[in-house]
Design a protein around this ligand. Structure first.
Ligand SMILES: C[S@@+](CC[C@H](N)C(=O)[O-])C[C@H]1O[C@@H](n2cnc3c(N)ncnc32)[C@H](O)[C@@H]1O
Length: 196
C-alpha cells in the first residue's frame, strides 16, 4: 500500500484531539522507557504543531512545565506549557525562555526537529544531522544530571559517529523505530537515559 496521509494514526490523533500523529511516537517511547514524569520540566525542540507538548503536558501535570520552540507558530494554549516561535539554534532564545520560567536545567530535552525536505536525499540528511547535533548541544548544556534526551535521527552515514558522541554522556542509550513511523521513512529515535 502507498503513502496515505490520513492513515490510522492520523485518524486516531484527530479522535484524541492531538495536533499530529507524531504523538504516538512519543507515547511509544514513553511507554517503553518511562521517561516523562509528573513535575518534569521539559524542552521540546521543533514542537509544531504541538502534539508532543500536548502529550507532555498531560504526563507532567500542573507542577510540570514544557517549553516548546519551533520556527512555526503553534496555535494551542495549555496551562503548563509555553509555545515560542523561534529557532532552536538561537541560544539567547533558549536561555531567555528557561530564565523566564525559572528553569535552571531541564529533566527532559526532546527533539522531533526535521528540516523542510528538498527531495535531495544527501542534502536532507545533512540538514537533519545539523538539527540533531544542535539538539545534543542543547542537551549537553541544559539537561540535568539523570535527565533524559530524545532525538529523531534520519538515517545517514553520520549515525555511528553521532552515537559515539552521545553514548558516553548517558548511562544507557536506546534506539527505537516506533510503530507509527511511516514505512517509507528512514527516521529512528535515539533515547539517552540518565545523563551522567
Ligand atoms: C515533525 S515536526 C514536529 C512535530 C511535533 N513533534 C508534534 O508532535 O507536533 C518537525 C518540526 O521541526 C521544526 N524545525 C525545523 N528546524 C527547526 C529549528 N531550527 N528550530 C526550531 N524548529 C525547527 C519544523 O518547523 C517542524 O515544525
Amino acid at each position: 500500500m502507498g503513502y496515505n496521509p490520513k492513515d490510522f494514526y492520523f485518524r486516531k490523533a484527530k479522535e484524541q484531539n492531538f495536533a499530529a500523529r507524531s504523538v504516538f511516537k512519543l507515547e511509544e517511547i514513553d511507554d517503553r522507557f518511562h521517561v516523562l514524569k509528573p513535575g518534569n520540566k521539559i524542552l521540546d525542540l521543533g514542537c509544531a504543531p504541538g502534539s508532543w507538548t500536548q502529550y507532555a503536558s498531560q504526563k507532567i501535570g500542573p507542577k510540570g512545565f514544557c517549553i516548546g520552540i519551533d520556527l512555526a507558530k503553534v496555535n494551542l494554549a495549555l496551562t503548563n506549557a509555553r509555545f515560542e516561535q523561534g529557532d532552536a539554534f538561537d541560544e539567547p532564545t533558549v536561555a531567555r525562555l528557561a530564565a523566564e520560567h525559572s528553569i535552571e536545567l531541564f529533566d527532559i530535552v526532546m527533539s522531533d526537529m526535521a528540516p523542510k525536505t528538498s527531495g535531495i536525499r544527501v542534502q536532507d540528511q545533512q540538514r537533519s544531522f545539523e538539527l540533531c547535533s544542535r539538539a545534543l548541544d542543547v542537551a549537553k548544556a541544559r539537561l540535568r544530571k539523570g535527565g533524559h534526551f530524545i532525538v529523531k535521527f534520519f538515517m545517514s552515514d553520520e549515525f555511528d559517529g553521532y552515537l559515539k558522541t552521545l553514548r558516553p554522556l548517558f548511562e544507557k542509550t536506546e534506539i527505537i523505530r516506533p510503530k507509527s513511523t511511516r514505512k517509507a521513512s528512514y527516521e529512528i529515535f535515539i533515547v539517552g537515559l540518565k545523563k551522567l
